[in-house]
Design a protein around this ligand. Structure first.
Ligand code: SF4
Ligand code: FES
Length: 366
């Protein structure tokens, strides 16, 4: 079943294992697709153990266990233990609301290397408005304490948007107080649920600039004692982000139902078959599937990307953003000031704002 990697295509570095789309929270910027997988469609424990074996055989170095909320799967400790045994670095991406001492101990005993714990805000009211779960903030703080008291490396993650962007300094202070070694301040990315909520979440240019000032000041204040990652909203930039560090270059996502994707939003792309681990090996999908080769490298690029000196820096930006905003994933990412579709982004910057949020929910059954 295990494919021999092609010498032409280097192996992926990271596997994002989306164990489930189930989640107690309902964040309006969730990176899960709008059409989510149901519990009845999820891969079994045996399937995931095979995925981890195939990932290790393929040369993957890191396994990120994500969701939804991955702690909704009772087999999580077993999967982590298997990944550790296969030599993979293991990271748990969690909201923390299902964490308690017994469950944390099981994860630690399984050999978990690192936890990325998400917070929606530093203020309880703001956090619970976005997460849509009363009592969540206290559970997250308790989870952070369990992890820090154990000494396990921890990153705090804050997704920022126009409602909470003013509190970046306090977010970074909270990460330091809770004993995190790293904090990620990530502006919302606008596809899927985030795109639906763009008019409520997109910060103003002034807010973005202030967020850059706040992060720079915190970096100066904390120095080496706290690593601070900052992800900007590319709607306010003139050049796009190198989404996934290039299509099919370093990352692969496995969805709860076993589809293997180059990024979390790829399923929006029409007219292409989505390979499934129930039918093919991870190696065959990585190396040979039409999906992974669709936008790999630079040969697919139209002008202006094809002759641009940034084409191997940003890899033409984000295919899913190009699709969402122009209707064609092959188009140059409209965030780019050189794109013939850049007007779409200029108009979005000026669109009328609304406080109304559409919360993530299971609304489409496959
Ligand atoms: Fe990137 Fe293409 Fe814009 Fe050049 S033209 S900066 S490669 S998106
Ligand atoms: Fe799919 Fe950027 S999210 S390429």
């Amino acid at each position: 079943m295990n494919a021999v990697p092609s010498p032409r295509i280097p192996p992926p570095m990271s596997l994002l294992a989306e164990l489930t789309h189930r989640c107690p929270l309902a964040c309006p910027y969730c990176s899960n697709p709008v059409a989510m997988d149901r519990k009845s469609e999820e891969l079994s424990t045996a399937d995931w153990l095979r995925v981890l074996d195939e990932a290790a055989d393929l040369g993957v170095l890191q396994a990120h266990f994500s969701g939804g909320e991955p702690m909704a799967r009772p087999d999580l400790p077993e999967l982590i233990a298997h990944a550790v045994q296969r030599g993979l670095y293991t990271n748990l991406i969690t909201s923390g609301v299902l964490m308690d001492e017994r469950r944390f101990t099981a994860l630690r005993d399984a050999g978990l290397d690192h936890v990325q714990l998400s917070f929606q805000d530093v203020e309880t009211a703001g956090a619970e408005r976005i997460g849509h779960l009363p009592g969540a903030q206290a559970k997250k703080l308790a989870a952070a304490k369990l992890i820090a008291d154990d000494g396990m490396p921890m990153t705090l993650n804050f997704v920022v948007h126009r409602e909470n962007v003013v509190r970046i300094p306090q977010m970074i202070d909270l990460a330091a107080q809770l004993g995190a070694g790293r904090v990620e301040i990530a502006h919302t990315q606008y596809y899927g649920w985030g795109l639906r909520n763009r008019a409520a979440l997109l910060p103003s240019r002034a807010q973005l600039e202030q967020s850059e000032v706040d992060v720079a000041a915190a970096r100066a204040r904390y120095g080496d004692s706290l690593a601070i990652d900052f992800v900007t909203p590319d709607y306010h930039l003139e050049r796009p982000k190198p989404c996934m560090d290039g299509w099919g270059r370093r990352f692969l996502n496995v969805t709860p139902a076993g589809r293997v994707l180059p990024c979390h939003a790829a399923e929006t792309i029409p007219g292409v078959e989505f390979p499934n681990l129930r039918e093919q090996s991870l190696g065959a999908i990585w190396n040979d599937s039409a999906l992974f080769n669709l936008f790999r490298g630079t040969a697919w690029m139209p002008e202006p990307c094809a002759s641009c000196d940034r084409r191997e820096i940003d890899w033409g930006g984000c295919r899913c953003q190009a699709l969402a905003l122009t209707g064609n994933a092959r188009n140059t990412d409209p965030v780019c000031g050189l794109s013939p579709f850049h007007d779409v982004v200029l108009e979005a910057r000026e669109e009328e704002r609304t406080p109304e949020l559409i919360f993530r929910q299971f609304e489409t059954v496959r």
